[in-house]
Design a protein around this ligand. Structure first.
Ligand code: AVJ
Length: 340
C-alpha cells in the first residue's frame, strides 16, 4: 500500500507540471558564436548570461550568502514582510509569471500569499536553465499540492514570444526579481519591459526588483567580496571557455576588476589580463592576444532611483503604483501596473 500511495503522489505531481523546451536556439552554438565575436572585438566582451553553467549557478548561490552582497537579503526581507500587501494590491491573481526564476526560493513568499487568498494558482516560470526549472518545480509542487506549473526553458525573449501564443484568461502577476533588470542597459530594459507588457492585460501587475544607487564603496564591495567568490564567479567564464570550446586560458593570469560608474549608475565588471599573453581557443580556431592590463567586459549591473523607475514604467506601458524598501533602504520592490 505504501508504494502505491507514493506512486500515486508522484503521478499527481507530474500531472501538474509541463515543461516546454524552447530549443530552437542551439545554446552551444550561441556560446561559441558569442565568444568568438566578443574575443575578437575591440574592446573585448563576454555576456553575463554565460556565467550560469553548473559551477557558475552554484557560485551565484554562494554570492547571495556573502556579507557584502546585500541585494538578495534585502529583497527577501521585503518579500517576506510585505507579501500580503503586494498580492492584496490586486484581488484575485490566478497566474504568477516569473522571468528568470532560477531556484524560485524568493517566489515562495508570493505564492503563499496568493494561496492564502484563494487556492487556484498557475505558476509560469521562464528560465534559461532546464535543470533549475525541473528542480525548483518539483520542490514547489511538493510544497503546494494544488499548484499547477507550466514552465518554459529558454531565453527571456523566446519565453515571452511563446507566451504571446497563450490564451490570456486570468489576472497575472509577473515577477522579475533579484535586480536581474540590472544586467540590461536602458534600451534593453525598455525592449524587455515592452515585450513583457505585451503578454499582460491592462490591470495586470509586474513586481520588479531593482537595486538602488548608493555609496560607491558599498556597491564595489558587493561585487568584489573579500573571500573572492565573485572573482571566481567572473573568472569561471574562462574555465567554461576552456572546457566547452577548447581554450587554454590560465585563470591565474587574470584578475577580477570592478568599477562603479556613478554617472551611468552602473557597476561594471571586467576580467583583466595581468600579463601580455596569447590564448588559443582551439574549438574556435582563434588566438586571442591580450595586452598587460587589457580588459574583457563581462557584466553591467545598473542601479536605479525611484524617479528613474517611474520614468521607465511610463515609457513601457506601466505605471509605478507602489514601492516597498528594506529597512536599510538599499533595495526596491516595485509594483508596476499595466495600463492601456
Ligand atoms: C543576477 C544580475 C542580479 O547584477 O547583482 C552578482 C549578478 N554578478 N554578483 C547582479 C551578479 C556578480 C546579479 N544579478
Amino acid at each position: 500500500m505504501e508504494t502505491f500511495k507514493s506512486h500515486q503522489s508522484v503521478q499527481a505531481t507530474a500531472d501538474r507540471l509541463r515543461i516546454h523546451r524552447l530549443s530552437h536556439t542551439d545554446a552551444l552554438n550561441d556560446f561559441a558564436g558569442d565568444v568568438r565575436a566578443g574575443l575578437t572585438a575591440t574592446p573585448k566582451r563576454l555576456f553575463p548570461k554565460y556565467f550560469y553553467d553548473e559551477l557558475g549557478s552554484r557560485l551565484f548561490e554562494a554570492i547571495c550568502l556573502l556579507p557584502e552582497y546585500y541585494p538578495t537579503r534585502a529583497e527577501n526581507e521585503i518579500l517576506s514582510r510585505y507579501a500580503n500587501e503586494i498580492v492584496n494590491s490586486f484581488e484575485g491573481y490566478k497566474t504568477v509569471l516569473e522571468m528568470g526564476s532560477g531556484s524560485a526560493s524568493k517566489t515562495r513568499s508570493i505564492i503563499e500569499a496568493i494561496l492564502r487568498q484563494q487556492p487556484d494558482l498557475l505558476f509560469i516560470p521562464v528560465d534559461i536553465s532546464a535543470t533549475a526549472l525541473e528542480n525548483s518545480s518539483r520542490e514547489l509542487l511538493q510544497s503546494y499540492p494544488e499548484l499547477r506549473i507550466e514552465a518554459y526553458a529558454g531565453e527571456y525573449f523566446d519565453g515571452l514570444a511563446a507566451l504571446r501564443e497563450r490564451p490570456q484568461g486570468t489576472h497575472t502577476l509577473a515577477l522579475f526579481l533579484g535586480s536581474n533588470i540590472g544586467n540590461f542597459d536602458q534600451d534593453e530594459a525598455h525592449q524587455f519591459l515592452r515585450a513583457l507588457r505585451n503578454v499582460l492585460r491592462a490591470g495586470d501587475g509586474l513586481l520588479l526588483g531593482a537595486d538602488l544607487k548608493k555609496d560607491p564603496q558599498v556597491l564595489e564591495a558587493a561585487y568584489d567580496d573579500s573571500l573572492g567568490v565573485t572573482a571566481a564567479f567572473n573568472l569561471n567564464l574562462l574555465v567554461r571557455i576552456n572546457r566547452e570550446l577548447g581554450g587554454n586560458f590560465e585563470p591565474r593570469a587574470f584578475c577580477h576588476v570592478v568599477k562603479y560608474d556613478q554617472e551611468k549608475g552602473c557597476v561594471e565588471t571586467y576580467i583583466e589580463s595581468a600579463i601580455a599573453q596569447v590564448v588559443r581557443v582551439s574549438g574556435l580556431e582563434i588566438d586571442v592576444q591580450l595586452d598587460k592590463g587589457e580588459r574583457i567586459h563581462t557584466e553591467n549591473s545598473f542601479k536605479y532611483d525611484l524617479e528613474g523607475l517611474s520614468r521607465m514604467a511610463t515609457e513601457t506601458g506601466f505605471t509605478r503604483a507602489r514601492t516597498w524598501l528594506d529597512k536599510r533602504e538599499q533595495f526596491s520592490s516595485n509594483l508596476f501596473l499595466a495600463v492601456d
